[in-house]
Write a protein that binds this ligand. Structure first.
Ligand code: ADP
Ligand code: MG
Length: 806
């Protein structure tokens, strides 16, 4: 029909028939898959074509136009609906690292390596990269995913992608608004759609028409091009701007570019060190990796489905595709966790080789623990019994116990701690109970004072504010063995405190009892058994990384009769609801906490403070009630007075900062109001909430959130939904990352380059199992020389780093 139109509608004569006859015949041939009306339409046209020869020129023109329109409609209706797969692109094998001009030792300074040079080495040093090994382990921060091959219709703005398409049109011009900017614009198409690609050239020299024409000539219409880049959203739909482009000889030709169609590593850079230079430096050192051994035996690698380490190191820098990248990452993450776990297991072995006092009861001895349990107004829960039994087995051994008891807030850890201490005391040793705050130490001491005299056990409290005279007496009794149980803060670890025969140390509410603290205890003579208790249920990945050297017991059951704490979110404007609830509860004989993030207004933030709210509640809101105030700036006597007044019911409302976060146990408290809740971590809020619901009464937690931040609200809703400390801790870890969750004071987080405690939990479990089975069979790693060396190496480098930091 195109031809008929070009020849002036003369009813072209073919070898056997004329145009009109040919078209009429084809229109009446049976066609599969067309509808009856469509067939009818074609037949009508065929009939009209029968008299084509007799029609005027204008009529003929009109009829041909109708035919073309009809065919176009048919084609539209019969678009193939089979999904189109991604385009193919032949990406050559990565040329990879060339031959090394080495051989170089992993400890060779980068400045001595040919292909790096002193200038680049100086820049690399700014990144903390000094020797060859450092650079090899400088992993990409991210990857540009040009291996994501898609059709044009499947392009997503904001993602990197590669397409293979045909040039339809092109245009090269200097921007009418900016004579310094020249633009090459290509219109590309594949079977799924069209896209516009722009290349920008800034500078006068690019504005010459000749030069622009030359650029345009690189991409003639009909040429097949491969394009890799970031897809941008523009007013004309998705587009590529300044992508990588290469004209292919034909659609199956291999790309020559080393970047198009691949995963491109992106590195953290520094002033004066561009990505190109960094890649060059890497290219110079990576060949060396091929000569490195694998610390894991082949058989183990095989069962654990791990690729060889040298291969992983090469591929993490130069992956050909996602699978290669994932396999490499898995192997390297595994190694980081494996070394971490092996290190922890070894430390634990060293500890257990030192003798500890076996706390075995002489036969026929009256059971102190039994009598203690009988004094309690309640029976132990199943979980408490089980954990206590685990502890008592440990205590009877001649190796020092290193055990962590985890149990959600209110699960009753204190009683377990006391029963353990009494076991030690009964065996003729002394015990120490340490708490993180004076408030908590005092509370523990008061609890003990209810029971210990009846059991004829001597005890004392030692904190930073114990008067000197009392302190002297107390230390004397400790050395001569008259004092059996000492309760206190970490001041207990200070030098003048010497025990006669220390058997067990319990550390309450501490996520981590550091190696350094343990060493201080060792310095006090005997190596005592050690029991750490925490209610901050840190997620398992963190627990394994931090406490892999501890045995862990879980009190995974709450005492019976506890009602779940009803948690709700309030806006600042709904504060009066909270006050009404407090009023109602106090009328029923209960008590309430109101917690604020700040002590006073001196800080410049626009937040309600404890002192301000205390005044407001005392004078305006609850003039008829007694309102107490507790915060960290009070001296220790005032703090204790405030807690005691609240515990004894002299005050019914306690306004406090997070001093009450851990441990405080007032069973009559049934309301917890937390102001500016969005400023606290989830785990911390869960701890605060745990201050209520400790008795049998229904309890309430009201989170007041004044921010309009959507994320803050989502975060807080986790608490409304869940009462499970472990679930909350997992969410906290995901939302805030491990550093935040543990707080800045909590050092000792492992140094992981690639592994993530948030995302690699499964690999951590895998590595832990392998570490355990290796240690069980080969405790000295004599048969795993590679691992022993890697471990020694890591330790040496940590020391190195520490001395450099110092
Ligand atoms: P946490 O594990 O948070 O330290 P506590 O040891 O302070 O918890 O115990 C919380 C409350 O539960 C305390 O008032 C304690 O007396 C009580 N309690 C502990 N064990 C039991 C039990 N087996 N049955 C009933 N109440 C218990
Ligand atoms: Mg406690």
């Amino acid at each position: 029909m195109q031809l008929e139109a070009e020849r002036g509608f003369g009813d072209l004569k073919g070898r056997q028939e004329r145009f009109s006859g040919f078209v009429a015949r084809t229109f009446t041939e049976p066609l599969a898959g067309i509808t009856e009306p469509q067939r009818q339409g074609l037949e009508d046209l065929a009939r009209a074509l029968g008299s084509y020869g007799e029609l005027s020129l204008a009529r003929r023109q009109n009829l041909v136009r109708q035919c073309r329109e009809r065919l176009h409609q048919l084609r539209q209706a019969h678009q193939p609906t089979i999904p189109v797969g991604p385009p193919r692109l032949q990406v050559g094998a990565s040329s990879g690292p060339g031959a090394s001009s080495g051989p170089w030792d992993p400890d060779t300074p980068l400045s001595e390596i040919k292909g790096v040079g002193p200038k680049t080495a100086a820049r690399l040093a700014q990144l903390g990269l000094f020797v060859l090994r450092d650079l090899v382990h400088y992993y990409p921060r991210d990857y540009l995913d040009y291996a994501n091959l898609v059709r044009i219709s499947g392009l997503e703005p904001g993602r990197t992608a590669t397409i293979v398409a045909t040039v339809r049109r092109s245009n090269a011009f200097t921007s009418p608004r900016n004579p310094n900017l020249s633009i090459l614009e290509l219109h590309l198409a594949d079977i799924t759609g069209k896209i516009r690609v722009s290349r920008f050239f800034a500078g006068k020299r690019f504005a010459s028409p000749g030069w622009l024409k030359g650029q345009q000539a690189h991409f003639p219409p009909g040429a097949t091009v491969a394009v890799s880049g970031l897809v941008k959203e523009t007013p004309y739909g998705p587009a590529f701007q300044d992508p990588l482009m290469e004209v292919l000889d034909h659609s199956h030709a291999q790309v020559r570019s080393e970047s198009i169609g691949r995963l491109i590593p992106v590195y953290g850079l520094t002033e004066g060190l561009g990505s190109e230079r960094l890649r060059q430096a890497l290219a110079a050192v990576l060949p060396e990796v091929r000569r490195w051994g694998d610390p894991l035996p082949e058989a183990l690698r095989h069962t654990e489905n791990l690729i060889p380490r040298p291969q992983a190191l090469l591929q993490i820098h130069q992956p050909s595709n996602q699978q290669e990248l994932q396999a490499s990452r898995h192997r390297l993450v595994f190694d980081e966790f494996l070394l971490l776990q092996l290190g922890l297991l070894q430390r634990r072995r060293q500890l257990s080789q030192r003798p500890a006092p076996p706390l075995v009861l002489a036969a026929g001895r009256d059971d102190l623990v039994q009598r203690f349990l009988e004094l309690l107004p309640f029976p132990l829960t199943g979980a408490q019994k089980r954990v206590l039994a685990e502890i008592r087995v440990d205590l009877a051994r001649p190796q020092p116990m290193a055990r962590l008891v985890q149990g959600d807030v209110g699960s009753g850890k204190t009683v377990v701690a006391l029963a353990s201490l009494l076991t030690a005391i009964e065996a003729g040793c002394q015990g120490a109970l340490m708490a993180p705050t004076e408030v908590l130490a005092e509370q523990h001491y008061r609890k003990l004072a209810e029971w210990l005299p009846q059991l004829h056990v001597t005890s004392a409290l030692l904190t930073g504010s114990t008067p000197a005279q009392r302190r002297r007496e107390l230390l004397r009794d400790l050395v001569n063995g008259q004092l059996q149980l000492l309760v206190g803060t970490h001041a207990l670890l200070e030098d003048p405190v010497q025990f006669d025969r220390l058997g067990l140390v319990v550390v309450d509410e501490q996520h981590r009892f550091g190696v350094r603290q343990r060493n201080r205890l060792l310095a006090k003579g005997l190596q005592p058994h050690l029991l750490t208790m925490t209610a901050t249920p840190i997620p398992r990945t963190l627990a394994l990384s931090l406490h892999g050297d501890l045995d862990v017991s879980q009190i995974d059951e709450l005492p019976p009769g506890r009602q779940p704490i009803q948690t709700s979110l309030l806006k600042g404007g709904q504060r009066s609801k909270a006050y009404q609830l407090i009023r109602d509860q106090v009328a029923m004989g209960q008590r309430a906490y109101v917690v604020l993030p700040l002590v006073d207004d001196s800080e410049k933030l626009d937040l309600r403070s404890a002192i301000e709210v205390h005044r407001e509640l005392e004078e305006e809101v609850f003039p008829d009630l007694q309102v107490g105030l507790l915060h960290g700036k009070l001296n220790s006597a005032s703090k204790q007075a405030a807690i005691r007044a609240f515990a004894d019911g002299l005050t019914q409302v306690l306004v406090s900062t997070t001093v009450v976060e851990v441990g405080v146990d007032v069973p009559e408290a049934s309301v917890m109001v937390i102001e500016h809740a969005e400023r606290f971590g989830l785990a911390q809020l869960h701890q605060l909430r745990g201050r209520v619901g400790r008795g049998a009464a229904a309890s309430y937690c009201l989170l007041i959130n004044d921010s309009n931040n959507v994320q803050a609200k989502q975060r807080l809703e986790v608490l409304v939904r869940s009462g499970d400390g472990f679930e909350i801790a997992e969410m906290d870890l995901r939302l805030r990352g491990p550093g935040q969750v543990l707080g800045t004071r909590q050092s000792g987080l492992p140094d992981l380059a690639l592994a993530s405690l948030t995302d690699d939990g499964e690999v951590l479990e895998q590595a832990r199992q392998v570490a355990q089975s290796i240690t069980a069979k080969d405790p000295d790693l004599a048969l795993h020389q590679g691992l022993a060396e890697a471990l020694a190496d890591q330790r040496r480098r940590q020391l190195d780093l520490a001395s450099r930091l110092n």
